[in-house]
Write a protein that binds this ligand. Structure first.
Ligand code: NDP
Ligand code: AKG
Ligand code: MG
Length: 417
């Protein structure tokens, strides 16, 4: 297939050393996917804000050389009608180590179920990292939104989300149902005819690498607790196993000891000596508790579908998905992305909040070790919100705010750096 990626004239490739540490040159090439729908609105201000923060923090010594790569609708325009995710896009994300993407529409029909899920699976980006914090002045339905300060580690490659399922009425679905009822003795499939079937894989290996990353984050960032969120009382061998694998890992690899006979356990942070609690909560109760007692939760580790629901629910507590950032991280490769989707009704209107993708860029800079530039973006975001210069999503919930367009909000962040 003909190549459509144009490598910038300048810039170097980020590499990873034998210990897995990033080696970031001063002039790295960073691939980006513009994204569908509001991707055209939020991606340009994201680049502009990052460039401005880097220029200010490093006085010209460091600079990102952006390289556009393609996925989604733009890819079909460039590569041909059926090419939603070109191989050279996957190769570039792998080779350049750190990339960022706008939201992607899940195509109706066609071979790929979700391009986002496909990217995560193909590149084995097994951690979906979504921090949730409050920016003072942001409109919120909570009385004390500042108590919500959590970091979600969502398993990104397994679960019912992996898409192992068969449509009702197909020979494949009937074959699986036949196997389950005739050979496995399953008696609880209520209606065997015209029944769709999905499979929920939850492995020890998949759980361990996610929980290991979450505990390491808890240690490195001096956080208080890690909570395993699951529905293991009902789905004992999948969600229940996730909880058990998680507790076992905390004990076997981090020396956690049972609290009052367990299952909760605790260990001391090897860096600070501070106690870290490892606990669990059942998912439905958790969704109540994050509203009523958010201060009791800190780092969260959960499975793919729970993590999807929880990240939008928690985002709503602190201003909505317009400012909810995220990252998909694997061993040595990371692809940063907003929590929200393509919001098609707003596409091209220069209206939506670019904050989610800009803060995903802020996470990317921190991941690269460019903390001074990342701090400037946080400062700019705090300043723009405190000045009540905001996009429509905040404006409609705030008194006496000044309504800005998507691009103007990006500029307001730069003005407050
Ligand atoms: N990672 C990804 O790329 C994701 C892709 N998707 C895909 O996106 C498409 C649309 O999904 P949909 O369910 O509508 O979810 P979206 O997240 O795209 O939009 C839902 C609503 O959230 C609000 N919203 C979203 N983004 C912003 C923003 N930047 N600023 C302010 N408000 C925002 C809007 O609310 P309001 O109407 O109240 O203004 C919008 O109508 C689907 O094809 C889906 O598969 C979905 C999620 C993630
Ligand atoms: O891929 C999609 O269409 C949806 C993904 C999603 O909602 C998410 O990852 O939060
Ligand atoms: Mg989602």
């Amino acid at each position: 297939m003909e190549s459509h990626i144009q490598r910038p004239a300048q810039g170097e490739v980020i590499s990873v050393d034998a210990n897995g540490a990033l080696n970031v040159p001063n002039q790295p090439i960073i691939p980006f996917i513009e994204g569908d729908g509001i991707g055209v609105d939020v991606t340009p201000p994201m680049r502009k804000v990052l460039d401005a923060a880097i220029a200010k923090a490093y006085a010209g010594e460091r600079q990102i050389h952006w390289m556009e790569i393609y996925c989604g609708e733009k890819s079909t325009q460039i590569y041909g009608a059926d090419t939603w995710l070109p191989q050279e896009t996957l190769d570039a994300v792998r080779e350049y180590k750190v990339s960022i993407k706008g939201p992607l529409t899940t195509p109706v029909g066609g071979g790929i179920r979700s391009l986002n899920v496909a990217l995560r699976q193909e590149l084995d980006l097994y951690v979906c990292l979504r921090p949730v914090r409050y920016y003072a002045g942001t409109p919120s339905p909570l009385k004390q939104p500042e108590l919500t300060d959590m970091v979600i580690f969502r398993e990104n490659s397994e679960d019912i989300y992996a898409g192992v399922e068969w449509q009702a009425g197909t020979p494949e679905a009937d074959k699986v149902i036949n196997f389950l009822t005739k050979e496995m003795g399953a008696t609880k499939i209520r209606f065997e005819d015209n029944c769709g079937i999905g499979i929920k894989p939850i492995s020890k290996q998949g759980t361990e690498r996610l929980v290991r990353a979450a505990i390491q984050y808890t240690i490195d960032n001096d956080r208080d607790s890690l909570t395993l969120v699951h529905k293991g009382n009902i789905m004992k061998f999948t969600e229940g196993a996730f909880k058990d694998f998680g507790y076992e890992l905390a004990q076997n690899e981090f020396g956690a000891e049972l609290l009052d006979g367990g299952p909760w356990c605790k260990f001391n942070n090897p860096n600070t000596g501070k106690e870290i609690i490892v606990k669990d909560v059942i998912a439905d109760a958790f969704l109540q508790q994050i509203l009523l007692r958010p201060a009791e939760y800190d780092v969260i580790a959960t499975m793919n579908l729970n993590g999807d629901y929880i990240s939008d629910a928690l985002a709503a507590q602190v201003g909505g998905i317009g400012i909810a950032p995220g990252a998909n991280i694997g061993d040595g490769v990371a692809l940063f992305e907003a929590t929200h989707g393509t919001a098609p009704k707003y596409a091209g209107l220069d209206k939506v909040n670019p904050g989610s993708l800009i803060l995903s860029g802020e996470m990317m800079l921190r991941h690269m070790g460019w903390t001074e530039a990342a701090d400037l973006i946080v400062q700019g975001m705090e300043g723009a919100i405190a000045a009540k210069t905001v996009t429509y999503d905040f404006d409609r919930l705030m008194d006496n705010a000044t309504l800005l367009s998507c691009s103007q909000f990006g500029d307001a962040i730069i003005d407050h750096m």
